[in-house]
Design a protein around this ligand. Structure first.
Ligand SMILES: CC(C)(COP(=O)(O)OP(=O)(O)OC[C@H]1O[C@@H](n2cnc3c(N)ncnc32)[C@H](O)[C@@H]1OP(=O)(O)O)[C@@H](O)C(=O)NCCC(=O)NCCS
Length: 206
């Protein structure tokens, strides 16, 4: 099911669903060792890019079977980034967000602008209760991004994740729908999680 508010336009960016023709730039982005350093995957091969792109083209909205939205980020018509929003608890409206920006496009606030737009979708359109972001604790650029977005740093988990041959720490950041920073920046899109019917009770963790 395609989300009716897509593509999303911000001041400098266009966020759109993936297309089968996205393979070259996606491979170029995720094939870079500096980009892959704190991601779960090793730098992508062309075969892995084919597989990952196929997964992304199926992630067209939280209401669909995949319960996930994968978006390509374009700046001046050029793809520069990859965003993901996926449900971790469909019944309660709990999700996670992930972000990747090409280093050539870094340092100008484009990732901040793109993720802000996805948080607008998460809280303003999907009326989610909670959106979290998890990252390798060494990924200071990612942590700074979460903090620029006003996400709350909730946890520093010590050596909870085995990644690329070593134990790594994880930072957990999150926003609740009731947080000031979760208020959608585009007008007329916000209603609280309770209006939508998500309950406040804690769900079991997977
Ligand atoms: C995490 C990642 C997206 C951050 O990219 P980024 O370029 O630092 O983020 P932005 O595009 O928002 O740019 C922010 C930087 O530009 C600066 N900036 C300039 N103009 C700005 C503006 N208008 N608004 C906000 N920031 C601006 C900020 O000060 C900041 O610099 P600083 O971190 O040195 O203080 C990027 O490093 C990345 O993709 N890494 C590889 C993949 C990865 O690890 N993803 C996360 C997995 S959890």
């Amino acid at each position: 099911m395609t989300s009716p508010w897509l593509p999303v336009h911000t001041d400098r960016l266009r966020l759109r669903l993936y297309e089968p023709t996205d393979h070259p730039w996606l491979l170029d982005l995720f094939g870079r060792p500096d980009v892959a350093r704190y991601l779960l995957d090793e730098p992508w091969t062309p075969e892995l890019a084919t597989q990952r792109l196929a997964e992304r083209t199926g992630r067209t909205g939280l209401d669909g079977d995949a319960g996930a939205l994968a978006l390509a980020v374009e700046h001046e018509g050029v793809p520069v980034g990859d965003l993901a929003l996926w449900l971790t608890d469909r019944e309660r409206g709990v999700a996670e967000v992930g972000w990747v920006l090409h280093p050539d496009a870094g340092g100008r606030g484009l990732a901040t602008e793109a993720v802000r737009a996805v948080l607008d979708v998460a809280f303003g359109d999907y009326h989610l209760h909670r959106v979290a972001a998890q990252m390798d604790a060494r990924n200071t650029a990612s942590a700074r991004l979460a903090e620029r977005l006003g996400m709350h740093r909730e946890a520093h988990l010590r050596q909870d994740w085995w990644s690329k041959g070593e134990w790594t720490d994880t930072l957990v950041y999150a926003l609740l729908s009731t947080d000031e920073a979760a208020r959608p920046t585009r007008p007329g899109r916000h209603s609280s999680a309770h209006q939508r019917g998500w309950t406040a009770s804690r769900s079991s963790r997977s």
